[in-house]
Design a protein around this ligand. Structure first.
Ligand SMILES: C[S@@+](CC[C@H](N)C(=O)[O-])C[C@H]1O[C@@H](n2cnc3c(N)ncnc32)[C@H](O)[C@@H]1O
Length: 284
């Protein structure tokens, strides 16, 4: 497969290769309670996806740009059996298979392919989802075009998007959640603190800055109905893991419990000012 910056094969394959050998967040799925913010996010994304599925209607699932396939592990754990993973990195698919096996989950189908041209049959999936794919393209249109082609009538698209965080938002999140790191930052002692900021590994990977209207317009162009909105108010910026576990995580869990009590899915809905992501939900 060719290396290119949009959806970079080289960059991603190297990230997943390192995760395979390091165990550092190589698995985010858990059957128990979330032990850190990354696990908490993944559980909540899945709750939102599950909340949007009508029982019985949706059977054929495709995780497009699956990485370690955390969401698919949750689906499989809940008894869904017709799951396909597509990724352009063989290391990602290999890691996903190891994770499914280690958790005694039924292995999904895996397809090594570009999300812009999978060569899978048209209208062959009832639900197409991913967590963090669309922001990795300068031109997202081919991914949306392929998604619309693969989606069956009545099907649903669920795609949280994590754009590059603007300096203003990053400052706001640090002021709210990590004032100590902000002070340290001004004394130039701080490391990069936001999980969503590009890491060194991501140097060769695109992270775009498109806003919700870009995605809403794109899905309309491909005759899908739906919209893209602010998502995930739970910033992950504490450097102190103990503090994160004892204070931030519990506060987030309580806030999420309230969101779940008051709203329909997506429960992780956010306001424009506090969302660290967007959620694209569309139907055919
Ligand atoms: C943020 S990661 C997804 C992480 C995933 N949600 C998980 O649980 O690990 C984005 C994934 O998209 C894949 N990807 C990027 N560009 C792609 C493309 N053009 N075609 C297929 N997959 C692509 C990357 O290899 C990577 O695994």
């Amino acid at each position: 497969m060719e290396s290119n910056k949009d959806g970079s094969y080289k960059g991603w394959n190297s990230i997943w290769g390192k995760k395979q050998s390091s165990n550092d967040y190589s698995i985010l799925f858990t059957k128990g309670k979330a032990k850190n913010i990354l696990e908490f996010w993944q559980k909540c994304y899945y709750e939102d996806l599950k909340g949007l599925l009508k029982k019985g209607d949706i059977k054929r699932f495709l995780e497009l740009g699956s990485g370690r396939a955390t969401t698919s592990m949750y689906l499989s754990n809940d008894g869904y059996t017709d799951i396909t993973l597509v990724d352009l990195s063989e290391n990602a698919l290999e890691l996903a298979k190891v994770n499914f096996t280690n958790c005694n989950l039924q292995l999904p189908k895996t397809v090594l392919a570009d999300a812009r041209k999978t060569n899978l049959p048209a209208s062959s999936f009832d639900c197409i989802y991913n967590i963090g794919l669309l922001e990795h393209f300068e031109d997202v249109e081919p991914v949306i075009a392929e998604t619309a082609r693969l989606l069956a009538k009545g099907g649903i698209v669920f795609m949280p998007i994590f754009p590059k965080v603007s300096a203003k938002k990053s400052l706001l999140s640090r002021m709210l959640f990590s004032p100590a790191s902000l002070i340290a930052h001004f004394f130039k002692k701080a490391k990069k603190t936001s999980i969503v900021e590009a890491s060194k590994n991501e140097e060769s990977i695109v992270r775009n800055t498109y806003g919700p209207s870009y995605y809403t317009d794109l899905i309309k162009k491909y005759n899908l109905t739906g919209s893209c909105n602010s998502y995930n108010p739970y910033w992950g910026v504490n450097q102190n893991k103990q503090f994160e576990k004892l204070v931030t995580l519990n506060a987030y869990k309580f806030s999420y419990f309230l969101q779940k009590s008051f709203y329909k899915p997506p429960y992780m809905r956010a306001k424009k000012w506090n969302g660290l992501a967007y959620i694209l939900i569309a139907r055919k």
